[in-house]
Design a protein around this ligand. Structure first.
Ligand code: FAD
Ligand code: FES
Length: 245
């Protein structure tokens, strides 16, 4: 991991209480999709973990939802402001585990880390289908971005205001989507439902409250079939079969 001082290039709302922040600086420690960074927010003791949405040699893009004081402070930041970040945290999605047809499932802001993953899968000429779940049509985001990569995208909304009414698992039930491996990120109940509904191997990216974010304090531990594991260091991506719900 590496501490970098990043400069905000852009920080714009893309959905209610949800922002896309693009930053420039040293992104050399960020290797692949699934990783996260920890932002140091002025006045906050603990850094805030946010997933890598998109990365290249010079820029990092994240998508975050305002849920408390830390993310509210991020939303108030302007282009040119500096943000300290620990980069290169966490493990990554295993893109080689998918033979040829990947199914990506995102719930709300959980769609964010799937974009860099989709980029990597498409660069290997794998077919990518993305199923995104939101509460309602106003929350829908990233559809154009995924389609721009060549992915097929389906949307589910809880209130039926766009796409399939219901959960991402309802899309799976109603559409005949071909896939041999899945990747999911979103709220815990969604991940649990996805793991029960999808009858092929796959992996999920988990969120836990974090302290150090780097493997030292053990406050993000979860039980797995292999014993306790730290979401920040051993995860955040875990194989479906390793999880205990
Ligand atoms: C590996 C990882 C990747 C993440 N990626 C993203 C992302 O790409 N985009 C995004 O919007 N959020 C992401 N989160 C969640 C994000 O870290 C929290 O929303 C953020 O830290 C909240 O900070 P706050 O000061 O605004 O809120 P706080 O005042 O700290 O908390 C406000 C509310 O948010 C909940 N919360 C706080 N931290 C977490 C957490 N780690 N997981 C779940 N709920 C939390 C609290 O329980 C509370 O209800 C990620 C979390 C982890 C662990
Ligand atoms: S947050 Fe400290 S070990 Fe994971």
């Amino acid at each position: 991991m590496k501490e970098a001082v990043l400069t905000i290039l852009e920080n714009l709302p893309i959905a209610p209480r949800t922002y896309r922040m693009k930053l420039s600086g040293d992104t050399s420690e960020i290797r692949c999709s699934g990783e996260f960074v920890q932002f140091a927010i002025d006045g906050k003791f603990l850094r805030r973990p946010i997933s890598v949405h998109d990365v290249d040699w010079e820029t990092l893009t994240v998508i975050y939802k305002v849920v408390g004081e830390g993310t509210a402070a991020m939303a108030a930041m302007l282009p040119g402001d500096k943000l300290k970040a620990l980069t290169g945290l966490g493990n990554s999605f295993d893109i080689d585990a998918c033979r040829s047809k990947a199914l990506l499932l995102g719930g709300g802001v959980g769609a964010a880390p799937l974009y860099q993953l989709a980029k990597e899968l498409c660069s290997q000429n794998k077919a990518v289908t993305v199923v995104l779940g939101f509460n309602n049509a106003s929350e829908i985001m990233l559809v154009d971005e995924f389609e721009g990569l060549g992915a097929t995208v389906y949307v589910a909304t809880m209130d039926g205001s766009a796409g399939t009414k219901g959960f991402v698992t309802d899309v799976l039930r109603l559409k005949n989507i071909p896939y041999d491996y899945f990747y999911a990120c979103g709220p815990m109940p969604m991940l649990k439902a996805v793991c029960a509904a999808v009858h092929c191997p796959g992996e999920v990216s988990l969120e836990e409250r974090m302290g150090c974010g780097a493997g030292f304090c053990y406050c993000c531990s979860i039980q797995t079939v292999n014993g306790p594991r730290r979401v920040c260091k051993d995860g955040p991506v875990f194989k479906k079969e390793d999880l205990i719900w």
